[in-house]
Design a protein around this ligand. Structure first.
Ligand code: ATP
Ligand code: MG
Ligand code: MG
Ligand code: MG
Length: 476
């Protein structure tokens, strides 16, 4: 079943059951707590909080999501994309636990001929929050699930919140057992690769005042109504139904891997390290396309930096696969051909998107051409002195002279079998900022106050990827 059909069946199922179909919001929805939309519920947040009255009681959507937190997982796990699509059904004070369980169970276990996904009910496991006896009982009654396939887990997995004050509630997750060849027995608690999480049902019922950590928060009180918020990973269901090993091999993503294999002359499936690179390329090219489609341009901070890092990582992965040519102009059109089916605006904006990508590739090629020699020398020097840590000075020089962001230095160092004295690098950066500040002060009143610009550049320039992650949360 292709991805488009899986998406269609999801929407149809819920539309038939009285849900208003709501189109995906932009990835850049205005929410001060988030860099990007990272879950289907984000556009509905005011309804859950009771700040606005929902114009409908039930809704269904397929929401574009970006989770930068998952970037390091891409290509290494089978199931994490930086961009993915979350299919969701929502109830605003209408149906609650029994309705949510019934709707989800019917869709996943109904036969393909009957409009469902046809999953074997014997291979489905679910989880509930520790002590949530009610939800356990409902799974037994409504789905006929035996107790052995209902696991209790802690708040870290089974209490959903946004990581910041806002709505939250216990959740119940649905997993598919891929079989003994994919890992140890024992349910999702034992192995999340064998038991693949496909759908999260959130019983959104509380308002959180303070959130110290994902599993450490204070409940302010009940929300004005009991709500349902669910999220089913479109790519995860697609990879299962298409009989693939991971989400990067589905119909919407695999053509990019094929194109990358053609360009590099390497074979996908022949070498584990290369395969991770192929999957990173497929993921990052698609995420880059979707971000540029929603109007992000590469830059040195915030959203622009995320995009820049994704595009540059895709280009570098192609280089590591042996392709030195201009990669994005070859790969983006392949991703476009797939993604425009669901997102026709991409075609309308294609000229703008391809120009943005092309300029970024040109700039990055210049940076690499200038800095790679210095990096290689530094790495060589470090190794020949018997050390394994690239000094803060060297990382600083790469940044200051050649505009190498620290992430790039970290990645290249790790490929060379080295680590980087990050603390040293950061203290040199801080010193430079101080100097710029003092300089700016001294020059106050003069007309060319470049120190200030330098300071802004330094503050926003080689940004710490992690600094942006704090804006974003997810359930695990
Ligand atoms: P995981 O534990 O696998 O990281 P999650 O618990 O973080 O997933 P949720 O926040 O519950 O995920 O999101 C709802 C659904 O969205 C998940 O059940 C999964 O199907 C899908 N999903 C979440 N993160 C990703 C991702 N990075 N790539 C693809 N699909 C995802
Ligand atoms: Mg989850
Ligand atoms: Mg996660
Ligand atoms: Mg999870």
């Amino acid at each position: 079943m292709d991805t488009a059909e899986i998406r269609r069946r999801f929407v149809d199922h819920f539309e038939r059951n009285g849900h208003q179909v709501v189109p995906s919001a932009s990835l850049l929805l205005d929410d001060p707590t988030l860099l990007f939309v990272n879950a289907g519920m984000v556009p509905f947040k005011p309804y859950f909080l009771g700040q606005e009255t929902a114009p409908y009681q039930r809704a269904v959507s397929v929401q574009k999501c970006v989770r930068t937190l998952d970037i390091e997982e891409v290509g290494k796990t089978t199931r994490h994309g930086t961009f993915f699509q979350m299919c969701g059904n929502f109830s605003f004070g209408d149906y609650f636990k029994p309705g949510a369980i019934e709707f989800a169970w019917t869709l996943i276990t109904s036969s393909v001929a009957d409009g469902g996904y046809g999953f074997d009910p014997e291979k489905i496991w679910v989880t509930v929050l520790h002590g949530d006896e009610e939800t356990k009982r409902l799974w037994q009654e409504i789905a006929g699930l035996p107790l052995e396939r209902i696991q209790e887990r802690g708040k870290l997995d089974n209490y959903w919140n946004m990581g910041v004050p806002g709505p939250g509630g216990p959740c119940s997750e649905i997993y598919f057992d891929r079989g003994p060849e994919f890992g140890a027995e024992g349910g999702p608690e034992a192995d999340e690769d064998r038991y693949l999480e496909i759908w999260n049902l959130v019983f959104m019922q509380e308002s959180l005042a303070t959130v110290r950590a994902k599993d450490d928060f204070d409940v302010e009180g009940p929300l004005p109504a009991k709500n349902i918020d669910t999220g089913m990973g479109l790519e995860r269901v697609a990879f299962l139904l298409q009989g693939k090993n991971n989400m990067y091999e589905i119909d919407e993503m695999f053509p990019v891997i094929e194109k990358a294999a053609e360009l590099t002359g390497r074979t996908y499936g022949a070498d584990a390290a290369d395969d991770v690179r192929f999957r990173v390329v497929a993921d990052h090219v698609r995420s880059g396309l979707m971000l540029m489609g929603d109007g992000v341009t590469p830059g040195n901070d915030g959203r622009g930096y995320v995009l820049r890092r994704l595009l540059r990582r895709a280009i570098r992965s192609m280089r590591l696969l042996g392709y030195e040519g201009r990669a994005l102009e070859q790969l983006l059109p392949v991703s476009l051909a797939k993604m425009e089916l669901g997102y026709p605006d991409l075609r309308k904006d294609w000229q703008r998107i391809s120009q943005v990508a092309s300029a970024e590739e040109t700039a990055f090629r210049k940076t690499l051409a200038a800095g790679t020699q210095l990096f290689d020398n530094a790495a060589e020097e470090t190794k020949s002195s018997g050390a394994t840590v690239l000094s803060g000075n060297q990382a600083f020089a790469l940044h200051d002279t050649y505009g190498f962001p620290i992430d790039l230095t970290l990645e290249m160092a790790s490929e060379a079998g080295l680590t980087v004295d990050e603390a040293g690098f950061r203290s040199l950066m801080a010193e430079q900022r101080q100097r710029a500040k003092a300089d700016a002060k001294a020059k106050k009143g003069q007309h060319a106050d470049t120190g200030v610009y330098r300071e802004i550049l330094d503050a926003n320039g080689p940004t710490d990827w992690l600094a942006y992650e704090t804006l974003e949360t997810e359930s695990r």
